[in-house]
Design a protein around this ligand. Structure first.
Ligand code: NAI
Length: 327
């Protein structure tokens, strides 16, 4: 059973007299900076001179270059895209870190795969909201907070977990409970969801659409049945409210029988082996190597995959549906 920490396990005074430097002011950076400030923490935003920096200034936060923020802060949170973090770390963050400082992440990726290797005298922590940035802010303001994972990567001061929990509490991450996790576990659950669950759902949806359109069904009616009607959202909400299987009672008996009896017909064969192969690629680091090489080459495969996806007939159906709805 995972250890779950709540507000009462986290002592905000650990952050008293410490400055938290937020590197990046995008999805997570803005939400976490504003939540920390509203929790009474001294916040400094480190950002290149771009539109994000303008937004931080408009929000009334102290803003400076990334290197200055790393030098002036005691705790530095890396809240820029994972793929730019290694270069920014080496060039602008590492030179500003001192022994006893803390380096924080909202994702396990770069530490788990060794793409960032902090000095041994720096605490390394992860406070990873299981929530998109906008909702990290809105759920903090609503008072409910959001689920969160916390982990310690390095602990030379002996205070790393206390700092991680204080950070989690200050952004609203211990209100519902923060799970103690690890950089590896966060990386696996996050990337395996993307590469198996979401890849699978995306592939199933495309095959559902193509099969019914080939069978003579109207593309717009098929797209409406699949997701444009919003029924999918209602079902997902019912899974949260009632239960993953218990929500079956909201469907007809024909639907219940069909859903439960055709799992193997739809997804049988070597699905488990395929899942294991994807997971192996994450555990061995093969995917991380492939993705790093892809980035270095300028992302040609990603661009080709996106061109193919945006060429799918579903895009034209959505355009027609939007035009019709707008009338
Ligand atoms: P983002 O794409 O919103 O980051 C934008 C910020 O990055 C801007 O301030 C921009 O100035 C800065 N930036 C971009 N390139 C830069 C560079 N080369 N040098 C310096 N600054 C640069 O990032 P997002 O989505 O907030 O992700 C940040 C971290 O949070 C990542 O580790 C991600 O995995 C994690 N995370 C993100 C979630 C989300 O809701 N998007 C959810 C949970 C974790």
């Amino acid at each position: 059973m995972a250890t779950v920490y709540t507000d009462s396990d986290a002592d905000l005074t650990v952050l008293k007299d410490r400055t938290v430097g937020i590197v990046g002011y995008g999805n997570q950076g803005r939400a976490q900076a504003l939540n920390l400030r509203d929790s009474g923490i001294d916040v400094l935003v480190g950002c290149p001179p771009d539109a994000y920096r303008g937004r931080a200034m408009a929000d009334g936060l102290a803003v400076c270059d990334v290197r200055d923020a790393a030098e002036r802060a005691d705790i530095v949170l890396m809240l820029i895209p994972d793929e730019v973090q290694p270069d920014v770390y080496v060039a602008e963050v590492a030179p500003g870190l001192e022994a006893g400082n803390t380096l924080g992440f909202a994702s396990g990726y770069n530490i788990h795969y060794g793409l960032i290797e902090p000095d041994a005298d720096v605490d390394v922590v992860m406070v990873a909201p299981r929530m998109i940035g906008d909702a990290v802010r809105s759920l903090f303001l609503a008072g409910t907070g959001f689920p969160c994972l916390v982990a310690v990567g390095q602990n030379p001061t002996g205070q790393a977990m206390a700092k991680a929990l204080a950070l989690a509490r200050a952004i609203g991450g211990t209100r519902q409970g923060a799970f103690e996790s690890s950089f590896e576990e966060e990386t696996l659950i996050d990337l395996f969801a993307e590469q198996f669950l979401w890849a699978g759902i995306g592939g199933l949806c495309r095959t559902y659409f193509d099969s019914l359109v080939d069978a003579g069904c109207d593309p717009e009616i098929v797209a409406s049945e699949m997701y444009l009607s919003g029924e999918m959202v209602e079902v997902a909400q019912a899974m949260i409210d009632v239960g993953f299987f218990k929500q079956l009672d909201l469907h007809s008996h024909t639907s219940q029988y069909g859903q439960l009896s055709r799992v193997v017909a739809a997804l049988g064969g070597d699905l488990k082996e395929r899942a294991a192969r994807i997971l192996d690629g994450l555990r061995s680091g093969a995917f991380a190597e492939e993705w790093t090489a892809e980035q270095k080459a300028g992302c040609p495969a990603l661009q080709a995959l996106k061109r193919e996806a945006f060429g799918h007939p579903l895009n034209r159906v959505e355009e027609r549906a939007a035009g019709r709805t707008a009338k």
